[in-house]
Ligand binder design. Structure first.
Ligand code: GDP
Ligand code: IMO
Ligand code: MG
Length: 427
């Protein structure tokens, strides 16, 4: 079972980091294939918490080689800080291997992200402000900087000048900001060249060779299906393809190498930033979920918007990504509710939708149609087998399974690596 993709099945923060780390014990390679340090993946090992932004979550498993694929955008300062922080905490990890083709987030991308959001006012996306959109824009516009450019100082200088020539016009004339000095930016980026040069390889070849040898390769998605620039709630999305197809383009392996796609989903839903969210709660029930689930952003610290499980959201993700399994996280957070609402359809101006609407116009007007499932009051955080869960809790899991059309193979009952129930082996 060599090629496994993990994706977020909702709007992010489903617990991809924990699931990846948990599976990671049996994985040879762990690969990030999209996004950048807009991601915040939390892993808790022996009670110690780590939040990873650019490093794949397999990094804490000795024996797992970590790869940052071509589809990722890399902020060199953040990557260096993340590696240094692990080192400071006494966690000595092997360095990641980085695609020569991965694009770099330059300081001016961060600046542009922030000023354009401010300029957008009420039309803002609610980005993480990490420069993600501007870096991917440059990539697609063919004026991006790539990791391999660090190996060619003169070429890098020329590319930074070309890119800033245009951006400085925008910064000074539209946003009323000071121009950015190309020489200074080039020096700043080249300051990381010696450190990262040995990490830069042809990761596409490396991963295909590994798969040829029967090694287990896990592709760790960041963000989520509904934040995908093609499939998500556009324009309230990120600027990359976190969906399963993105694992192929973002790492350089063909679709024939993928054997399994695991969708990670919370037992309820959260969202950070702007955009439609039909089951969002604005009352004390939402606040209770936020408190019980500790729903504050791992990257920006923003309070997450909370709502009840939406079967249309996850069913759509399972279908478009070809999910073979769902890993249901944070089931423990739902303990103590007498009845748990589950959204099984939408009402849009009197018309019932049993599946994800085709247009954003319909989605933005959708109100949820709920069914109410019996809850449970027992603490489930120390359950390690499905049989140990209370009967109503088991019934909730089966109910979700039926409504999303995909089997639930893993269940999270707490943040710790060991707080997991494996229903069907994931490798
Ligand atoms: P990611 O971005 O998908 O990796 O998710 P985040 O790390 O941003 O957010 C998930 C949060 O839920 C983290 O604080 C995790 O430690 C926590 N978490 C993950 N799985 C579980 C679970 O099954 N139960 C509980 N209570 N917390 C969990
Ligand atoms: P992980 O991997 C939750 C959201 C932002 C914003 C939108 C665009 O931890 O699940 P961007 O900075 O990417 O241009 O912001 O996407 N967003 C996330 N929300 N989890 C994430 O990552 C996210 N990465 C981006 O809040 O709404
Ligand atoms: Mg997160």
């Amino acid at each position: 079972m060599p090629g496994i993709v993990v994706i977020g099945a909702q709007w992010g923060d489903e617990g991809k980091g924990k699931a990846t780390d948990q599976i990671g014990e049996r994985v040879d390679y762990c690969v990030r294939y999209s996004g950048g340090n807009n991601a915040g993946h939390t892993v808790v090992v022996n009670g110690e918490k780590f939040v990873l932004h650019l490093l794949p979550s397999g990094i804490l498993n000795p024996g797992c080689t970590c790869v940052i694929g071509n589809g990722v955008v890399i902020d060199l300062e953040v990557l260096a800080a993340e590696l240094d922080e692990l080192d400071k905490r006494g966690v000595h990890v092997a360095h990641p291997l980085i695609s020569a083709n991965a694009n770099i987030i330059a300081p001016y991308h961060r600046t542009l992200d922030k000023v354009s959001e401010r300029f957008a006012g009420k039309r803002r996306i609610g980005t993480t402000g990490r420069g993600i959109g501007p870096a991917y824009s440059d990539k697609v516009n063919r004026i991006g900087l790539r990791m391999q450019d660090l190996l060619d100082p003169e070429g890098l200088r020329d590319k930074v000048e070309a890119s800033l020539g245009q951006k400085n016009q925008i910064l000074t004339k539209i946003y009323n900001r000071h121009p950015i000095d190309a020489a200074q930016i080039t020096e700043e980026l080249l300051g990381y060249a010696d450190r990262f040069a040995p990490y830069i390889v042809d990761t596409g070849r490396l991963l295909n060779d590994a798969l040829d040898e029967g090694k287990v390769v896990l592709f760790e998605g960041a963000q989520a299906h509904h934040l995908d620039v093609d499939h998500g709630t556009y324009p309230y999305v990120t600027s990359s393809n976190p969906t399963a197809g993105g694992a192929c383009t973002g790492s350089g392996v063909g679709p024939t190498r993928i054997d399994r796609v695991i969708g990670i989903s919370k037992a309820y839903i959260t969202r950070v930033g702007e955009g439609p969210f039909p089951t969002e709660l604005f009352d004390e029930a939402g606040e209770r979920l936020r408190q019980d689930g500790g729903e504050y952003g791992a990257t920006t610290g923003r309070p997450r918007r909370c709502g009840w499980f939406d079967a249309l959201v996850v069913e759509q993700s399972a279908k478009i990504n070809g999910c073979t399994d769902i890993f249901l996280t944070k089931l423990d957070v739902l303990t103590g509710w007498e009845k748990i609402p589950v959204c099984v359809a939408y009402d849009v101006d009197g018309t019932r939708f049993d599946h994800w609407p085709t247009t954003m116009n319909d989605l933005s007007r959708a109100t949820p149609i709920f069914e109410y499932v019996d809850g449970w009051s027992e603490d489930i955080s120390s359950a390690r087998t499905f049989d140990e869960l209370p009967a109503t809790c088991q019934a909730y899991v089966h109910y979700l399974e039926d409504h999303v059309g995909c089997r639930i193979s893993g269940i999270g009952v707490g943040p710790g690596r060991e707080q997991t129930i494996i229903v069907n082996e994931l490798i």
